[in-house]
Design a protein around this ligand. Structure first.
Ligand code: PEP
Length: 253
């Protein structure tokens, strides 16, 4: 079990309309009536829902995050949204460098690093995603790829309070496939080692390290019990309150 307070964060991706606030309310009510002590919970909905969800969750333990941001505060950037705009809407964190952003929008580690800095500039926590593709894994490059992403995507000023790392093997996202517990242990141990070497025991040891990729209620307990896994970043199974609660409940003693 990890020594850091775990976080179970949901990434709704491009899913959800205002009517789906009912799932968020259901989640919050479930957590109120049957609290799971010692776990942080977050939902990162599409940008269109961040303000409404933040207002709905004002009295709840459920935090609201965003899925991406631009690097700048403001400007002639049609269609983009800044970290400051999300802070203004009540978000507490922003996911940066998700593999879908890297693949669909060609985001580089350098850009992800700038987005993490933008997130901090707005006073928010950066959830920085790393992870290898199926091909990289097949060639035994997992640790090399993850080390390179950590080195290049995490800014030097990272501290435990403003940075969360999510290890998400690209081939496990939305596929129903998951690495073995041994594989997750190996990668998370390596990430922790890199973080401690670079940021010191307090900050490197204190950064939450999430696992993401096809987490569901049936595999959460096993994955979340790995020593350096401090929670999960969850896609599909975060859309329905009952499914997401099943994952959060894996932390029930
Ligand atoms: C994700 O997109 O961050 C993710 C982990 O998705 P899923 O849980 O659906 O694999």
């Amino acid at each position: 079990m990890s020594k850091n307070t775990p976080l179970v964060a949901g990434n709704w991706k491009m899913n959800g309309l205002r009517e789906n606030a009912s799932e968020l309310v259901k989640l919050s009510e479930s957590l109120k009536s049957a609290p799971v002590d010692g776990v942080d919970v977050m939902i990162c909905p599409p940008a269109t829902l961040v303000l409404a969800f933040s207002e709905l969750m004002k009295e709840s333990i459920v935090q609201i995050g965003a899925e991406d941001c631009h690097t700048l505060v403001s400007g002639a950037n049609t269609g983009d949204l800044s970290a400051e705009m999300f802070a203004d809407c009540g978000a507490t964190a922003i996911i940066v460098g998700h593999s879908e952003r890297r693949a669909d929008h060609g985001e580089s580690d350098a850009l992800v690093r700038e987005k993490a800095q933008a997130t901090w500039r707005a006073g928010l926590v950066a959830i920085i995603c790393v992870g290898e593709t199926a091909g990289q894994r097949q060639y035994g490059l997992t640790l090399d790829v993850v080390r390179r992403q950590l080195k290049n995507a995490i800014p030097d000023a990272a501290i435990a309070k403003n940075t969360i790392i999510a290890y998400e093997p690209v081939w496990a996202i939305g596929t129903g496939l998951t690495p073995t517990v041994e594989d997750v242990t190996k990668v998370h141990d390596e990430i922790r080692k890199e973080l401690v070497e670079r940021f010191g025991a307090e900050n490197g040891g204190g950064m939450k390290l999430l696992y993401g990729g096809s987490v569901k209620a049936s595999n959460a307990k096993e994955l979340m019990s790995v020593e350096n896994v401090d929670g999960a970043l969850v896609g599909g199974a975060s859309l329905k309150a009952d499914d997401f609660m099943g994952i959060i409940n894996s932390y029930k003693s």
